[in-house]
Design a protein around this ligand. Sequence first.
Ligand SMILES: [Zn+2]
Length: 285
Amino acid sequence: MLVISKTLRSAIPRPATLAKSKVRSALHGTRPAADPRLFDTPEAKRIKKEICAVGRKLWLRQFVDGNGGNISYRIGPNEVICTPTMVSKYDLRPRDLCMVDLDGKQIAGSKQATSEILLHLEIYKHVPEAKAAVHCHPPHATAYAITGLLPPNMVIPEFEIFVGKVAISPYETPGTIEFARTVLPFVKQHNTVLLGNHGAVCWSDTVTTAEWTCEVLETYCWILGLARQLGAPISHIPEGKGPDLMARKKRMGLPDARFDQDGSGASGNGKRKRAGGNARTPLTT
Ligand SMILES: [Zn+2]
């Protein structure tokens, strides 16, 4: 006879006591049904303000133009607050924002969600730590994305810590699921992907830090361009100092493709490789 201890028995949910959300979860696989009420919570209010502030930063720094770029935050297991389509990031107001579920179905907000939300959703589905994503077109980083060149590593410590190895995804038509999926080979080991012939996407645990990552990427690409104009070779961080940076990055919980290699961070110092327009494998310099 099967004997179930009192403790174990109390841990087993009985049908009558199952929360409604759990029942809905069963109907939708492992994902609970999206709850539109998360759009109006105090946390949502704070996040909406943060998204608007970040949108204005992106525009002021010329990382976006026209209605370009998009920002999102995963506020629940199946709820993502995001920017609408056809609104300049400079003009964003909290009431313009939208909420979608992880399938891209809009569940709140009067404006239509950005057509590029699928890109954000693919990242959230595959990277549990990712809570926020920023997609923009920063000019110097996008210059790399249209040439297929990867920025070299081990030149400036801040870039190694907050970005590190960058990947380039192949071009696809923006707004399509095929476009969204181009980043999948890279999302586990990178927090930044250059989107072939398009721009960049960065993700993090907050909207603000995702935008900081875009800033670090863009400034780094800009500095590299300026340094090349000086005509002298770019010097690199000494190889022996690489492990210090990698150890610090690991402590901060940031992803880096080099953790799965020798961990020294020293590989590829100064060697730039052409990524090629349609490369699908993780790209390193
Ligand atoms: Zn775009």
